[in-house]
Design a protein. Structure first.
Length: 160
């Protein structure tokens, strides 16, 4: 198991909009299918895409975790930093196996299908419930937060 907080060979990504994100995902999937994708983390392409999709869907369907009030209080003051990125590598949710949720193995096709469905949902309408860390967000803030999350995880995948 790679300690991802110590990985120095990551792509430094910044997506200004979902179109840029989807373009990068297309390159990653094409590289995966031709066998030329290089990974510098622990998860497969399918796992990463499924994880990103799940965290979008949690905003609509309910989160599997409830952070303590003091964490939410502290992080509300850092909301702008999280929306502008980059997110910190190697952060783990305490007492959660693997440090986060939605890490089950998936094929590239299944991960991509989940990712595309979740992003279509997010682009169509914002979640109506507040974010579990930052409280109410605008539609654009929801999109920016998920772009930052995608930058974090897709940086471990190196398409050729």
């Amino acid at each position: 198991m790679i300690d991802t907080s110590k990985v120095t060979d990551r792509r430094r990504l910044h997506f200004d909009n979902p179109r840029q994100l989807h373009s990068d995902v297309d390159r990653i999937v094409a590289s995966e299918r031709t066998g030329t994708l290089r990974r510098t983390g622990n998860w497969t392409t399918g796992q990463i895409l499924g994880h990103l999709a799940a965290w979008i869907d949690y905003a609509y369907d309910g989160y599997p975790v409830k952070p303590p009030w003091f964490i939410k209080f502290i992080l509300r003051f850092a909301k702008k930093r999280f929306l502008r990125g980059p997110l910190k590598v190697g952060v783990k949710i305490p007492k959660v196996p693997d440090g986060t949720y939605a890490t089950e193995p998936l094929s590239v096709d299944e991960g991509l299908a989940r990712f595309n469905r979740a992003w279509a949902r997010l682009q169509d309408r914002p979640p109506t419930a507040p974010n579990i860390l930052f409280g109410p967000l605008t539609h654009e803030e929801w999109i920016q937060l998920n772009l930052r999350h995608a930058e974090l995880h897709l940086g471990f995948l190196h398409p050729r």
